[in-house]
Design a protein. Structure first.
Length: 348
């Protein structure tokens, strides 16, 4: 609640009229009326007396609250997504910055809000390169990149590095890369899980190890995609085929989202400019987008509190935006193919 609402609520709880409260504080009744209507505010010298009269403290009176909890942040991010879906991205963007003005120094909120807004831009506001909102979102990443929390700071820098690379601002990307720390010489999560095991806390130990598995295999899969692309550029096509096949196997062995099974094939066909293979991969990938990933059903992730996820909207937006962006020349050979256009129209 805002200060005017708190003053009114506390006054009524005490059973005071505006005239009585004004008399107790040595001010006029119209002054109290203006406070409660947010037309004006109490003089700073009156705040201690006002708080005591209303039976509260200054923190409550001034609506001061420490940084929101992780649960509160997640709830707010869910509200942003819901607002974007029902009222449009403009409304979600306005909500986000209202909240950030309320908690301007909460780096966790800043980073997660920026990540959520960027995801919404991709799915609802069109291609990120041409979105007028992206500059404001990048400003958030820049703010968070100065955080004293190393994990938050480094994640923000990683996001900025990707943007610099996308814009071919290679010197700026390298400068930020040089600021990122090398991997630690020890594995803290492994040591922590060993401690939990010795203490008999199997669930916490399993959660840490499952997080390591999911994070590690995601990095492996991303690396395989990149190696596939490099092999094509080097004209080592048999290597590229083998790497794409390995990426498929990783998806199946580690119970990842089914759509990932076809991403390597699509990227390989795209790099080779093979229209037929691209179409075949899209014919499998697009229907798979509609299927939820259910991590809790896998013994690899059953201790993690992961909800069933469906990233179809965002993935579909990425594909469509890339195809429709004339500056993305990697898709030039596909844009006029009737079969590809017909398939994409079906999933638009």
């Amino acid at each position: 609640m805002k200060i005017n609402e708190i003053i009114r609520k506390k006054r009524m709880e005490k059973g005071y009229t505006q005239e009585q409260m004004a008399s107790f504080l040595g001010v006029s009744a119209p002054a109290v009326n203006k406070w409660e209507k947010a037309i004006s505010y109490p003089d700073i010298t009156l705040l201690p007396s006002l708080a005591r009269l209303l039976g509260t403290d200054l923190n409550t009176l001034l609506s001061f609250q420490a940084d929101p909890t992780q649960e509160e942040i997640q709830h707010f991010l869910d509200e942003l997504v819901s607002a974007a879906n029902t009222d449009g991205f403009d409304r979600a963007f306005h909500m986000a910055f209202e909240k950030l003005h309320e908690y301007p120094s909460c780096d966790t909120l800043l980073l997660n809000t920026a990540l959520t807004l960027e995801g919404l831009v991709i799915t609802q506001a069109g291609n990120t390169e041409f979105s007028s909102f992206m500059s404001a979102i990048e400003e958030l990443y820049m703010r968070v990149s100065k955080s004293h929390d190393p994990a938050i700071c480094n994640q923000a820098k990683a996001m900025m590095i990707s943007k610099h690379i996308g814009r071919k601002e290679f010197d700026a990307a390298q400068n930020l890369l040089d600021e990122l720390p090398d991997t630690a010489m020890f594995d803290k999560k492994q040591l922590q899980s060993t401690l939990y095991l010795q203490q008999g806390d199997w669930i916490k130990a399993a959660q840490l190890i499952e997080q390591k598995v999911l994070s590690g295999i995601s990095m492996v899969q991303s690396a395989l995609y990149t190696l596939t692309e490099i092999a094509v550029k080097e004209n080592h096509l048999s290597d590229a085929e083998q790497l794409a096949g390995t990426a498929r196997q990783v998806t199946e062995l580690f119970d990842l989202w089914e759509c990932n099974t076809y991403i390597a094939d699509f990227l390989l066909a795209l790099a080779k400019e093979d229209t037929r293979k691209c179409l075949e991969a899209l014919q499998k990938m697009l229907p798979a987008l509609e299927k939820n990933w259910k991590p809790a059903r896998s013994p690899l992730y059953r201790h993690l509190s992961l909800k069933d996820t469906n990233n179809s909207q965002m993935m579909r937006a990425w594909i469509l935006n890339d195809l429709e962006n004339p500056e993305n020349h990697a898709y030039d050979f596909l844009r006029d193919d009737p079969a590809v256009c017909e398939l994409l129209e079906k999933y638009r």
